[in-house]
Design a protein around this ligand. Structure first.
Ligand code: V55
Ligand code: FE
Length: 485
């Protein structure tokens, strides 16, 4: 096989293809708290075969799931590809059959009508089930212990009729419910959305269908104790774009953004839309409501963050306009106004926000995120950063004091998305650890770092080595052993 000699397939983004089980990773520095009993699951796009076209975007690779299992002060690593329908059909053929990102018109005739999901964006556990997720398709059900694929198109026992399921479902720590949605739910590029509530036993207990103001990438959402929040941002798509071979999505500077607020106790008739001028936000840190007033906290940029989803009018990508800062969007369901108020929360530039998930949907004080600190030297080979963004710093923000703390990794490393690990037995917000992968760009190697979540600046309390490079990934989550027993 020969992968293209392009940035999407070389350097730290060279395909990994490693499926492995490694017991007792070497602890290079510090030590692993003996009380940690659980697993950090994460997923990366990792193409099984070279693309049909000359190149492909990172977002289109096959989902490779990694489990770092912590027990008795040691860590083991287990890594398997999710066996999606795409993966199985291509493995049988010995080559790529599916074409460009979310463009079925570029597929081999033999796979017409097949589910195209790659399961490459997030891995979550709910009701003891491991779900590998891609927002264009149903969950892939995997065994949380062995990482064996059990069902490539899991539909919750037939209860999920949407064609798609978000890669960012969320668990309400108060009710134990998983909240999720699907967009393009009745077909590619449709404005149909569905919101699902999934009970602690994993059964879909309610579905709410509605239409978006316009079709776009609905990547994440927010919830509070009383509301669900959907942000409609101008990464748009259409069949016309697919027919002429444009990337599925493009950034449209002419459209406003919208915020849809659905009362959790209500129905689609109670959904209310607010609006604001053109801007961009992708991931949601957290949200909460005080009565009918809703605060929704997002890394927000004035313009496009994704160079591979180019401007619809051909304007060149501008990294300054793609720089995101944590911002609070506020609306009041009792107000007659449809405006969204926006206020800055922190000055750090970056993305991949996380919280202590025991405070999801509640007012939180602490947030963790990756930070691009351009005041620091950066000398990775060829300027390659892993994700395309120079995430050289880990940050913690204090929403009450408006302060922040950071840890810089050095000039030849970048971070992947962190996850918060609660200290067993604790309940105070922020009492725990941050687990995060380090890309060692000069060595083409990876390390897993563990920080005291409240003391980032002191550096890692444990540094864990591994015998091969872990490809740049997207999202992951800490899952205590009790949740998969
Ligand atoms: C994202 C990632 C995806 C995708 C859509 O914003 C959005 C992240 C890895 O795939 O298909
Ligand atoms: Fe995401």
């Amino acid at each position: 096989m020969r992968f293209p000699a392009t940035p999407n397939f070389s350097g730290f983004l060279a395909p990994s293809s490693v499926e492995a089980d490694v017991c007792n990773l070497s602890v290079l520095c510090g030590s692993i708290p003996i009380e940690l009993d659980g697993s950090f699951y994460r997923v990366a796009p990792d193409p099984q075969f070279p693309p049909i076209a000359d190149d492909d975007i990172w977002f289109n690779g096959d989902g490779m799931v990694t489990r770092f299992k912590f027990r008795n002060g040691s860590v083991s690593l287990h890594q398997r590809w999710a066996r999606t329908r795409k993966f199985q059909l291509e493995r049988s053929a010995g080559k790529a059959l599916f074409g460009a990102y979310r463009n079925p018109l570029t597929d081999n005739e033999s796979v017409k009508g097949e589910i195209r999901g790659t399961a490459n964006t997030n891995v979550v556990v709910h009701a003891g089930k491991l779900l590998a997720l891609k927002e264009d398709s149903p969950p892939v059900l995997m065994d949380p212990e062995t990482l064996e694929t059990l069902d490539p198109c899991y539909d919750f026992g037939g209860r999920m009729t949407s064609e798609t399921f978000t890669a960012h479902p969320k668990t309400d720590p108060g009710t134990g419910e998983m909240l999720a949605f699907g967009y393009a739910a009745k077909g590619l590029c449709t404005r149909d959305m569905v919101f699902y509530v999934i009970d602690p036993e994993g059964e879909i207990t309610s579905e709410t269908w509605f239409e978006l103001p316009y079709y776009c990438m609905m990547h994440d959402f927010g919830f509070t104790e009383d509301y669900v929040i959907f942000h409609v941002v101008p990464i748009i798509g259409s069949w016309e774009r697919l027919e002429v071979g444009l990337p599925h999505f493009g950034f449209d500077r002419t459209r406003p953004i919208h915020l849809g607020i659905l009362p959790r106790a209500g129905s689609a008739a109670d959904l209310r839309w607010f609006t604001a001028p053109n801007c961009f936000a992708s991931h949601v840190m957290n949200a909460h409501n005080i009565g009918t007033k809703i605060n929704f906290d997002v890394p927000m940029a004035p313009g496009n963050m994704f160079p591979f989803f180019p401007d619809t009018e051909g304007q060149p990508f501008d990294p300054d306009r793609g720089a995101a800062r944590m911002t609070r969007w506020s609306v009041d369901m009792q107000s007659n106004s449809t405006e969204i108020e926006m206020a800055p929360l922190a000055s750090l530039i970056g993305e991949f926000p996380r919280i202590d998930d025991r405070f999801a949907g509640r007012r939180n004080r602490w947030g963790w995120q990756l930070v691009q600190d351009s005041s620091k030297p950066f000398d990775a080979p060829g300027g390659r950063t892993g994700s395309g963004m120079m995430m050289n710093t880990l940050g913690r923000i204090d929403l009450e004091a408006g302060e922040s703390e950071t840890y810089w990794l050095g000039s030849t490393s970048s971070f992947q998305e962190p996850a918060f690990v609660p200290r067993p037995g604790s309940s105070d917000e922020g009492d725990g650890y941050i687990v995060v992968l380090e890309n060692r760009l000069a060595e083409m190697a990876s390390r897993l770092l563990l920080f005291d979540a409240m003391k980032l600046a002191q550096g890692p309390i444990a540094t864990i080595g591994m015998p091969f490079r872990i490809r740049q990934g997207l999202h992951g989550n800490w899952v205590p052993s009790s949740a998969i027993a």
